[in-house]
Structures are given as C-alpha cells and as structure tokens.
Design a protein around this ligand. Structure first.
Ligand code: NAP
Ligand code: F7E
Length: 352
C-alpha cells in the first residue's frame, strides 16, 4: 500500500486530497498544528476524519517536519500547508515569508537528508504571475510566462517554486510545482471571495443578513472546482519525469460577475445588497489572471470539468442548504469542534 503525507490536511485542498488518496487505496498521513479550537471540520464533512493518521507538526519547526517524515515514511509528500490568504500576507509579511516560503526548504532539506526517494509536490500558485496577467493584455498564462508577484504571499510562493526546482536539479529529487489557479468549493475558507459571497447570499436570501461588503469588484480570476484540482496534484506525481504544470479552467470572470451570478441563483438583484468597503481592498491587487492548461491536458491528461456557472451554483446551493438546516436546529462539524480518537494521532513518543 502506498503512503502519502499531506501537510495542511485540515485545509480545503488537504481534505479533498485525503479523500481522493484514500479512495485510491493509499495509507494517508497528514500534519496538523495545535490550535486553541480544533479544526478538523473539513475531514469530518468528507467522512475521512477517522481514516487518516494525524501527526502534530508546524511549518516553523524543522524538527516536527523531520519527525512527520520519519513516522509516515511516505512515498509521496504533498506540501499544501501555508498561510494562504493573500490579504493577510500584507498584514503579516514576515510570518508569511517564513511559513509559505522558507518552510518549503525545511521540508525539501528534511526529504534530502532522510528519504530522498520520496516524491514531492509543491502547491505553487497563479499569484506568482501577478502583474503579467495585465501586462500581456489578459491572455491566458502558461508555464513559460514571466513571474511578477504582487503580494508578500506571491513572493513567498515564488521562492518555494524556485527552491523546488533547485532541489530537483541539484539533488535529483522528484519534485514538482503545481501552478494552480483559484479553485473553490463549499470547503473553502470563509474569507475567500467565492465562499464569502456564497455564504452571505444564502444568509440574505433567508433573512439572516442584510448586506454584503466587498472590496475590488473589477478583479478577474480563473475559478475552478477544488475536488478536480487535487486529482491534478496526484497525476503530476505519477509521471516518469518531474515537471511543472499550470492547472486552470482557461476562463476569467470578474468579482462583479460572481456577485451577479450568485444573487441571481436566489432570485435577488445584487445592486440592492452589495456595498463596496475600503477595508477589503489590498495595498496591491492582481487585476486579472487566466490560465492555459494545455500542457497539463497534453502530458498528464487533466482537464477541468466544472465551469464558472456550475461552480457558483454548487457553492450557493450548499450554503442555502446549510443555513436552512441550521434554522431547523441542526448543528455542523464546525459548531462542535472535535479531537480525533487517540489511535489516529501519531506522535514521536510512539517511536521512543
Ligand atoms: P487553506 O484552506 O488555507 O489550508 C492551508 C493549510 O495550511 C491548513 O491546513 C492550515 O492549517 C495549514 N497551515 C497554515 N499555517 C501553518 C503552519 N504554520 N504550520 C502548519 N500548518 C499550517 O488552503 P488551500 O486552499 O487548501 O490551499 C492549499 C495550498 O495551495 C496552499 O499552500 C495555498 O497557498 C495553495 N494554493 C491554493 C489555491 C486555491 O485557490 N485554493 C491556488 C493556488 C495555490 P490550519 O487549518 O490549522 O489553519
Ligand atoms: O480574492 C477580490 C480580491 O481572496 C480574489 C488564494 O487561494 O487564489 C486565492 O487568492 C479577488 C481578489 O483569492 C473581496 O481583491 C474583492 O482580487 O478569493 P480571494 P486570491 O487573492 O485570488 C490564489 C490562486 C492563491 O494561491 C491563494 O492562496 O477578489 N475581492 N472583494 C475580495 N477578496 C476577498 N477575499 N474578500 C473580499 O471582500
């Protein structure tokens, strides 16, 4: 049985990837960090909470990363953990540089020293292209395009991208960069714009909220469906040679279109509810990003199936369903945080 270690298993992609790999018959290990309130709701939601092995580790703590590798002895490492919110990276640029950037070297170095045969996936991002998406006149971006990051988050990811290539070329580690464009789902963090909009639209439609406050409505993004994107991560590690791939839908839509579509689903006019609020603007914002996934289609046989309209429908309908159930008195995993049963937690003490 193959073994995979996922850093950031409690996040959106980590949870979907855990389910995907379990369905493929993998033994799945994931790192989580100690929080004052446990955060396993996505794993519970996908009903994999009791099927994954959890290892306490923090990206700023090299020893804990080494320990996670020793405990899990993985064939494949999917490095997804990061401070992933672009807006927050302007508030905490140094911490973001450490966790989102430098920590990639901590993991690669631990792999080089302890298990150099392990395959490594790095969660790179379309944000690395940044201003290029505007300078090239809105054309879709591929693996050969110029990087021009526009946030501390994007700069940290660009460091991670290059260090991944350097460990591949210098030490022959099977290390790949997945350059993923935005991908969303009902498991997205609440502060990201698609989930924020879907959640508030649902609440407004049920009389639980009165307005939706947003920042830059003109920004355009290439939004895909997260469960499809985790399959691309796995495909990249099944190839003969390590390489880097853009994963996207090839379509750009503005935040305004997103809002219009989402309110339309519940039969409301967005102009009556949306307020522009300076608080949600960023010191710098990437105006437009759209990806060209033709290399991924050609070489690893991946292409997107869920397009913008369907994605927004999935997200809004799921939020309406959640809030209707909540109104009927049902409670959800995130209302009742839980710790995993002890036998799913693997600590260094077990190796002593
Ligand atoms: P996410 O939901 O924000 O999940 C991030 C994960 O990282 C969480 O499990 C989080 O743990 C963990 N983490 C954060 N700081 C940590 C630390 N100091 N030590 C250990 N773990 C830490 O992100 P996502 O949407 O699943 O994205 C997965 C990865 O892909 C991220 O690296 C992101 O930057 C990248 N990416 C995402 C997209 C996208 O559109 N979703 C596109 C391109 C690239 P907690 O649960 O404890 O906070
Ligand atoms: O913003 C604009 C905002 O925060 C999208 C991360 O997963 O994808 C994500 O980064 C756009 C931006 O995602 C609000 O200014 C307007 O232009 O949903 P977002 P992001 O910044 O594109 C990339 C690929 C990643 O790698 C990241 O990890 O929407 N926007 N008003 C707003 N955004 C937010 N969050 N909230 C607003 O109120």
């Amino acid at each position: 049985m193959k073994k995979a270690l996922i850093t950031g298993i409690t996040g959106q992609d980590g949870a979907y990837l855990a389910k995907f790999l379990l369905d493929k018959g993998y033994d799945v290990y994931g790192t989580y960090r100690r929080l004052s309130t446990p955060n396993f709701w996505r794993l519970e939601y996908l009903e994999v909470f009791d099927k994954v092995n959890l290892i306490p580790a923090d990206l700023s703590d090299t020893g804990s990363i080494v320990e996670a590798l020793k405990i899990s002895q993985p064939d494949e490492v999917y490095h997804l953990a990061a401070q992933s919110f672009v807006g927050a990276s302007f508030e905490t640029p140094v911490a973001t540089g450490d966790v989102t950037g430098l920590a990639v070297t901590r993991i690669l170095e631990a792999i080089r020293q302890t298990c150099p045969e392990t395959k490594f996936y790095f969660a790179a991002t379309s944000e690395m292209f940044g201003k290029t998406g505007l300078l090239n006149g809105g054309k879709s971006l591929n693996e050969g395009d110029f990087f021009y990051p526009m946030s501390p988050y994007a700069a940290a990811k660009l460091y991670g991208y290059w260090i991944t290539r350097i460990y591949r070329e210098a030490y022959g580690i099977f290390a790949v960069n997945g350059i993923l464009f935005n991908h969303e789902s009902p498991l997205r963090g609440l502060e990201f714009v698609t989930r924020k909009v879907a959640n508030e639209v649902a609440k407004i439609s049920l009389g639980l909220s009165k307005e939706l406050r947003l920042g830059n409505l003109e920004a355009k993004r290439d939004w895909g469906y997260a469960p499809e994107y985790v399959e691309a991560m796995w495909l990249m590690l099944q190839q003969k040679e390590p390489d880097d791939y853009v994963i996207a839908t090839g379509e750009a839509h503005s935040v305004k279109e997103l809002v219009e579509k989402a309110f339309g689903i519940v039969g409301l006019d967005w102009k009556e509810y949306v307020k522009v609020d300076r608080r949600f603007f960023r010191p710098l914002d990437v105006p437009c990003l759209v990806g060209d996934y033709s290399k991924a289609k050609r070489k690893i046989g991946w292409e997107p199936r869920t397009r913008f309209d369907k994605l927004i429908e999935i997200m809004v309908e799921e939020e309406v369903d959640r809030w209707e159930r909540w109104l009927r008195g049902e409670r959800f995993p995130w209302d009742a945080p839980n710790y995993p049963s002890e036998n799913r937690i693997l600590t260094r003490a077990l190796r002593m």
